[in-house]
Write a protein that binds this ligand. Structure first.
Ligand code: SAH
Length: 374
């Protein structure tokens, strides 16, 4: 019972000192038009703004030459203000992985990572500044939650990535942004409304959205069951990823502390319902931590849990965070873990470790920046 207040927190907006500017990407297309009219901007100008923003990936109203100058000023202030400013970028993997650090209007820092593969280009985005889930192996979790991002701030990360792709900033020439994963900073289910608005902005056809298929959008969660159940009702078949990290409640209570509220069984049952409704296989994320969660018996237990489920396991070699005594599993333990899962017919892949040398995983760039500024 003592953890009930924590449940309440899940959908609450954390206290914010200065509200982020409103942006038309916080709204659905009808409400965007209504806001424009309220601001004295003719409704059709909202469509023009949408073409600039979602089709041309241009977030600077001052350069929108088909809009009169005075309206550009008004839009830049109240309709489509700049939500994120690049602080710095670092590249790895011959430029095919790029991590961008963004400053928000209040100086808060978040990051996104753009990864080009042969068959797709994926951006990993943040949904919160910091995170309240407190998973001990995750860099973001160590600093706690600063605040939720708005849909405008989340969407702006995707638009910036789409622009970088179109401008050919990644080696291999211009390309299309094809995938979006909510695996940057934050717990997306704890910022549900802004994340859902962002998902609609990403998946709605141009010009009102970016026109990326829902199947190419992955929402990764620690397993907030109330959020998964809401998602089931949205009727939008994004790929669901569950950060399980261990099949047993005893260890999961430590690795993913929200497990004290929703147990492994409840989380998997909610994911099963999602899979039934959408027909989509879900992913089980599993960070392989040496001698902590990588024992053969845990693989066996995981295999038994998942063998009749519509799930796929994604093993992630732990990216050690500064100051932590935990490290990635030995290759032979990882191989054995995979082998055992396969005996149960559970599909399993080992995630490639893009961007290791730029702390490409999990809040480390923002953390480094804060340390060096302090
Ligand atoms: N809060 C969401 C999404 C952000 S983290 C979630 O937990 O799912 C995206 C994935 O990276 C999660 O599976 C998370 O557990 C994993 N992760 C976090 N820190 C990690 C680390 N140091 N090494 C490997 N994976 C990590």
């Amino acid at each position: 019972m003592s953890d009930l207040p924590e449940i309440k927190l899940v959908f609450d907006e954390p206290k914010q000192r200065v509200k982020p500017p409103a942006h038309f990407a916080d709204l659905d297309p009808a409400a965007r038009k209504a806001l424009a009219v309220e601001l004295g901007i003719p409704g059709f100008r909202a469509n023009q703004a949408a073409v600039h923003f979602f089709t041309h990936f241009n977030d600077d109203p001052q350069s929108w030459s088909d809009i009169p100058k005075d309206l550009r000023d008004l839009m830049a202030e109240k309709f489509t203000p700049k939500m994120i400013t690049l602080v710095r970028s670092v590249s790895a993997d011959g430029g095919r992985t790029r991590k961008d650090l963004w400053k928000l209007h209040d100086g808060v820092l978040v990051e996104s990572v753009l990864m080009r593969y042969t068959d797709r280009t994926t951006v990993c985005i943040s949904s919160q500044a910091g995170c309240g889930m407190n998973c001990p192996f995750c860099a973001t979790g160590q600093g706690g939650l600063t605040r939720n991002l708005t849909a405008g701030e989340i969407t702006a990360q995707v638009v910036a990535a789409a622009r970088a792709c179109e401008l050919g900033e990644m080696p291999g020439g211009p390309t299309r942004l094809s995938n979006v994963v909510f695996m940057g900073m934050g717990e997306p289910m704890a910022n549900y409304n802004a994340v859902m608005r962002s998902i609609r902005n990403i998946t709605t056809a141009q010009p009102d959205g970016l026109g990326i298929g829902a199947r190419s959008v992955t929402l990764s969660t620690v397993g907030l069951v109330n959020g998964i159940e809401k998602l089931i009702d949205e009727d939008i078949p994004v790929t669901l990823a569950i950060s399980l990290h261990t099949p047993d409640d005893e260890l999961r209570d430590t690795l993913v502390p929200i497990n004290s509220r929703w147990k492994v069984r409840e989380v998997l049952e909610a994911a099963d319902k999602y899979a039934d409704k959408t027909g989509r296989r879900y992913s089980i994320e599993y960070a392989m931590i040496k001698d902590i969660n990588d024992q053969a018996w845990r693989s066996d237990l995981l295999g038994r849990l998942l063998r009749n489920r519509n799930a796929h396991v994604n093993l992630i070699p732990l990216n050690p965070t500064p100051g932590s005594k935990w490290t990635a599993s030995r290759p032979e333990d990882e191989a054995e873990f995979v082998r055992i899962l396969e005996t149960y017919g559970v599909p399993v892949t080992v995630r490639d470790t893009r961007g290791r040398d730029i702390d490409g995983a999990c809040g480390q760039l923002a953390a480094a920046e804060v340390t060096s500024e302090a």
